[in-house]
Design a protein around this ligand. Structure first.
Ligand SMILES: Nc1ncnc2c1ncn2[C@@H]1O[C@H](COP(=O)(O)OP(=O)(O)OP(=O)(O)O)[C@@H](O)[C@H]1O
Length: 263
């Protein structure tokens, strides 16, 4: 393979690929921790590492010794502190490598129109339920899990295992229903569970009106390969969370598009 020689610097196609892949990984990591408390931890760790390299060991042995100790356990600290982010990063890599590709093949073989028709039939009861929940200002949190992680969801949920229906969703979220608190989880084309307590996002830059329901809706999409619809009890507004980001006040046409893509 041809290499370009600029004096000391030798650039080969592999070094370009190397830099490109590293840039993609850094960008994805930045996206995952942007606006979270992990970003501050990352800045803290980077500062400690910079200090470790610039503090002269012979002249300042005490500080250099402490920094060396911290730097030595750095990789373990990174794994412990960034557990959630590493999990999300690996999920992202796995998802891009398998599910998206399968979907494309599926569409190629079975035709886009037929798939969209089938999808609409699956999505309709959910959209109808959201319309009714919005109208009655009933708070709701519906999670769409690409992979139903039993350990993650079942510890804090009531198992349902039922066909998706507008009436069932409405009755679960009705204020006097014993299951209305918490989230409904939909996976494998079924309502798998209700009343789920989900992890809350640690994001610090969210709108002030976002309370626990919105935080849980965003949190679950950070920790899992999942998306979430949040219906606000206060305003009736519908928000949609995906990969730790949230789209606020979306229309039903938008919701249909998003579900078509993600569900
Ligand atoms: N960890 C959690 N997992 C799932 N659902 C939760 C969790 N914490 C709270 N909730 C749900 O959120 C409700 C409280 O919502 P809160 O008023 O704090 O949220 P909000 O984001 O302001 O939404 P709203 O606009 O509907 O008021 C609880 O009654 C419960 O159903």
């Amino acid at each position: 393979m041809q290499a370009f020689d600029f004096g000391l610097l030798k650039i080969t196609p592999f070094s370009v690929l190397d830099i490109l892949l590293l840039a993609i990984i850094i960008y994805q990591l930045y996206n995952l921790i942007r606006g979270t408390i992990a970003a501050n931890i990352f800045i803290g760790l980077t500062l400690i590492y910079i200090l470790y390299f610039i503090v002269p060991e012979e002249k300042m042995p005490l500080l250099a010794g402490i920094l060396k100790k911290v730097a030595d356990v750095g990789i373990i600290a990174v794994i412990v502190l960034f557990q959630q982010e590493i999990r999300r990063f690996l999920l992202l890599v796995g998802k891009n490598a398998s599910l998206q590709r399968n979907k494309a093949w599926w569409q190629y073989f079975f035709g886009k129109a037929q798939i969209e028709k089938d999808n609409y039939a699956r999505i309709k009861p959910i959209i109808d339920a959201c319309k009714s929940l919005k109208q009655t200002r009933t708070g709701a949190l519906i999670v769409f899990a690409k992979y139903y992680d039993e350990q993650f969801y079942q510890n804090s949920c009531e198992v349902i295992e039922a066909k998706i229906s507008k009436r069932l969703l409405e009755s679960i979220f009705q204020k006097n229903s014993p299951l209305h608190d918490g989230a409904v989880v939909i996976a494998e084309n079924k309502i798998k569970s209700a009343s789920c307590i989900l992890p809350l996002t640690e994001k610090t830059d969210l709108p002030t009106q976002f309370g626990l329901r919105h935080r849980a809706g965003i949190g679950v999409t950070e920790a899992n390969d999942a998306t979430a619809i949040i219906v606000s009890e206060e305003t009736g507004e519908i928000s949609y969370a995906k990969q730790g980001r949230v789209k606020m006040n979306i229309s039903f046409a938008e919701l249909e598009k998003l579900l078509n893509k993600d569900f």
